[in-house]
Design a protein around this ligand. Structure first.
Ligand code: BJ8
Length: 422
């Protein structure tokens, strides 16, 4: 990583501890990513973004702040980035995906909290993530209990706005979410001092829709019999989507898709013919959590899709661009966001329908349902997911894991056996 020491010091980071992270991350990325063969050339950009993860983008955010702009840190797919960008601010994802941050979270949270929450809180309290230091305001949401309570801790020294997400999807819930979005518009306006207008919101809806369209294009390419890109590579792109500049990101994803279109035409695959295709479903895989993709793709299978927030849930269903008033736009946003099928909703049968639909669309030979340890929501929903897939004749393997490597061998054996029987 280039020299960002001064920037990290100025951000009040624990530079010494952060150095340890800077040492392990390139090693992990090298082992998981750079050992792959025949990677698309356009992955260079994404390699660079990961290599400079705590440098380049944080420096851009600081530049933006120097010009009077604000940065909002978010933790969930339901928080509409469109509102933030419409006020001339920048939204960036903050979810932690490294075991490095977990012990810091465990100092204040119950040990039986999911690793994503522990890592996010640890990254903040240990002062080892620049994004957490930079964000002027955190935006939480009432999804799972662990996050709700963690926001009370995270909000102790940074302004925190929590959006009240309904947990059912009746008409009145969608309208309540539209109301929450209107309130969020006011919060963002007050905090930034900038007005959100019909025009600025329409622009940002188009901006984020373009990003979703590019990702949809990338994912569509994975549906080909010859798979032109590894699951690992797509995963890291999905993770980068949460914090990169949206315009540049869209351009780079489209550039990669051009290259992949060519590969498809030429029948190029990064996997040998007959490699079994896996759809993943379950809890999100925040950066740099690459563990599962790595295990699967070194066990003789290919990941062709992720029914996850770091995956298909992120980009399906663009926002309707036809509304011309703030109220109409807030409703269009609410409609779109309420299409996301998080396990915090009840009932959540649409997610199960989606998994079956996606398994067919991506021609998956089998589905792996991944649960981050201590996530009760996805764990409990796993019962119905498994039953429905069995009924549909789709092989399924349920696994639970965390951010440590202690179960890697065991997972490898189980996944290897599953792939073998497909
Ligand atoms: S929309 S999946 S990003 S809440 S894994 S923290 S649910 S205990 S991350 Fe999520 Fe939004 Fe839903 Fe997506 Fe809680 Fe479960 Fe942990 Fe989770």
């Amino acid at each position: 990583m280039a020299d960002y020491l001064k920037m990290w010091e100025d951000l009040g980071m624990d530079v010494e501890m952060h150095n340890q992270l800077c040492e392990i991350l390139p090693q992990a990325f090298g082992d998981v990513y750079l050992t792959q063969e025949n990677r698309p050339e356009a992955m260079d950009y994404f390699n660079f973004v990961v290599a400079e993860i705590h440098g380049v983008r944080p420096a851009e955010l600081i530049e933006h702040q120097k010009k009077g702009g604000k940065v909002f840190g978010t933790f969930c797919l339901y928080v509409p980035d469109e509102v933030v960008f419409a006020a001339g601010a920048i939204a960036t994802g903050l979810c932690g995906g490294s075991q490095f941050w977990v012990p810091g979270g465990e100092k204040v949270l119950p040990v039986n909290t999911c690793p994503l929450i522990k890592a996010s809180v640890g990254a903040r309290l240990d002062r080892t993530c620049p994004f957490f230091r930079i964000a002027d305001m955190f935006v939480g949401e009432t999804t799972c209990d662990g996050k709700k309570k963690a926001y009370e801790i995270l909000g102790e020294d940074v302004p925190m706005h929590v959006m009240n997400l309904p947990q059912m999807k009746r008409r009145k819930d969608i309208l309540a979410w539209a109301e929450e979005i209107r309130d969020f518009i006011k919060v963002v306006e007050d905090f930034t001092g900038n007005k959100v207008t019909e025009e600025s919101l329409a622009d940002s809806i188009r901006l984020i829709n373009a990003k979703r369209t590019a990702l949809a294009r990338l994912y569509d390419l994975r549906k080909n019999e010859n798979i032109p890109i590894s699951g690992k590579d797509v995963l890291v792109i999905s993770q980068i989507a949460f914090y990169d500049d949206p315009t540049r990101f869209t351009e780079k994803v489209n550039k990669l898709c051009d290259e992949l279109d060519q590969r498809v035409k030429e029948g190029v695959s990064v996997f040998p013919k007959g490699t079994k295709r896996i759809l993943l479903t379950g809890t999100p895989l925040a950066i740099p959590n690459w563990k599962l993709h790595h295990i699967i793709e070194t066990s003789g299978a290919a990941v062709v899709g992720e029914e996850m927030c770091t995956g298909i849930r992120y980009f399906e269903h663009p926002v309707d661009e036809t509304a011309t008033t703030i109220d109409g736009q807030a409703e269009a946003l609410a409609e779109r966001y309420m299409n996301i099928n998080c396990a915090c909703f009840t009932p959540n049968d649409k997610r199960i329908d989606d998994i079956i639909r996606l398994a067919k669309e991506y021609k998956a030979d089998g589905v792996i349902d991944v649960n981050l340890k201590f996530c009760e929501l996805y764990d409990t929903e796993g019962y119905k997911v498994e039953r429905a897939l069995k009924e549909a004749g789709i092989p399924i393997l349920g696994i639970e894991t965390d951010y440590t490597d202690s179960d890697a061998q065991q997972l490898s054996t189980r996944i290897g056996a599953f792939v073998e029987m497909l």
